[in-house]
Design a protein around this ligand. Structure first.
Ligand code: SF4
Length: 383
């Protein structure tokens, strides 16, 4: 039987001197919530009994203090130099029946995005091969669908794509809308590593953004994915016009799931002309840092992904995000339909910042997911 402390084992780069630095720092200042909760996370490991108030207090901590403690937790829970590179390809673009207010692929808005059919196997494999050659260790396929129900032919094609890409030795992820239990099981059998299904925002603000499916339907899909043994990738978007309380609400929902998502993408809205959110003002780097550092403290073992919107941030700004706890990015020319960072600029950034690409890992190769154990331990120890 593992204890939480033994399971929450730090990586080889754990600098023990940080403990003493941190202790002396804390004792010489009045401790912020970020400091108190980071200390607790470092001592106890991941937990899923967070109260919304606790997360709000962390989120509201003085920014540099929050950044510092996000960085401390990051160094204890992760290899701080490793950054996962994922490539996201839109395999079926546009013509979506949903009304997500931020999305240029909804058929309800005039954004110039044309509806296309599912990409052929040849084209998808070519893109996956290129992504692997460019250093990506995860290939994510996105389809602009409400769900996959009634799309048997397309779904079977995607199962085939998943198998082939997994055989290339890289992780495979899909984002295809809502799933049924059976479909999640079939994706697992095909070798899917992770399934992305974002919650987008807080439960309270969600109806202002999407009306065509509910928050609970989203959570149900996450449940099916988790039950099937597929890693959960779920995060949200900031800059939708939400209040800071909604950002806290999103993190609270994710951090109190029975098991934390293995990946938590934090997106900054890229407002697209023609969508209802076209006039939203751009997210500032300080807002991203606040979200990332809070996510790192409350979900220490998750891969926190600096996702859409990264293209607007300079290298020094991205460096602050990595320092705060981000350890995953999307690479490739486009993020579905919006622009992404240049490949050469990313290569240079890795070199300048001393980052190293994270190697792929496959659930079937691991004894058990550390995070799963941690959260289950937390549940039993609090019950
Ligand atoms: S976010 Fe996904 S579900 Fe929503 S409109 Fe865009 S493609 Fe459709």
């Amino acid at each position: 039987m593992f204890s939480i402390r033994s399971i929450f084992r730090p990586q080889q780069l754990r600098p023990s001197s940080l403990f003493s630095l941190h202790s002396s720092y804390s004792s010489s200042t009045s401790a912020s919530a970020a400091s108190i909760q980071a200390d607790r996370t470092i001592r106890e490991g991941p937990r899923n009994d967070w109260t919304r108030r606790e997360i709000k207090d962390v989120y509201d901590s003085p920014l540099l203090d929050l950044l510092f403690h996000g960085a401390l937790v990051h160094r204890h829970a992760q290899n701080f130099r490793e950054v996962q590179q994922c490539t996201l390809l839109s395999i079926k673009t546009g013509g979506c029946s949903e009304d997500c207010s931020y999305c240029p692929q909804s058929s309800r808005y005039s954004t110039g995005v044309k509806a296309q059919k599912l990409m052929t196997k040849e084209d998808v494999m070519e893109a996956a091969k290129k992504a692997k050659e460019a250093g990506s260790t995860r290939f994510c396929m996105g389809a602009a669908w409400r769900d996959t129900v009634g799309r048997k032919t397309n779904f079977n094609q995607i199962l085939d794509y998943v198998k082939e890409i997994r055989d290339m030795g890289i992780e495979v992820c899909c984002t295809l809308g809502m799933l049924e239990k059976q479909q999640a099981q079939e994706l697992k059998k095909a070798g899917l590593t992770a399934y992305n299904h974002n919650l987008d925002t807080s439960r309270e603000y969600y109806p202002h953004i999407i009306t065509t499916r509910t928050y609970d339907e989203r959570l149900k899909t996450l449940e099916y994915v988790r039950e099937a043994g597929i890693n959960v990738c779920s995060g949200g978007i900031i800059g939708l016009g939400e209040a800071e309380e909604d950002r806290v609400g999103l993190l609270h929902t994710l951090a109190t799931l029975p098991t934390h998502p293995e990946s938590v993408p934090i997106n900054a809205l890229l407002a697209v002309k023609g969508t209802p959110l076209q006039d939203q003002k751009p997210v500032e780097i300080w807002e991203m840092i606040r979200m990332i550092a809070t996510a790192r403290i409350v979900m220490p073992k998750a891969m926190v992904r600096l996702s859409a919107g990264r293209v607007r941030f300079s290298m020094p700004e991205q460096a602050l995000c990595f320092l705060a706890g981000a350890n995953s990015i999307f690479t490739g020319e486009k993020l579905l339909t919006t622009p992404n960072n240049d490949f050469d600029a990313d290569q240079l950034m890795f070199k300048v910042l001393g980052l190293i690409p994270k190697a792929p890992s496959f659930p079937e190769d691991e004894e058990r997911s550390f995070e799963s154990e941690n959260c289950q331990e937390a549940v039993s120890s609090s019950g």
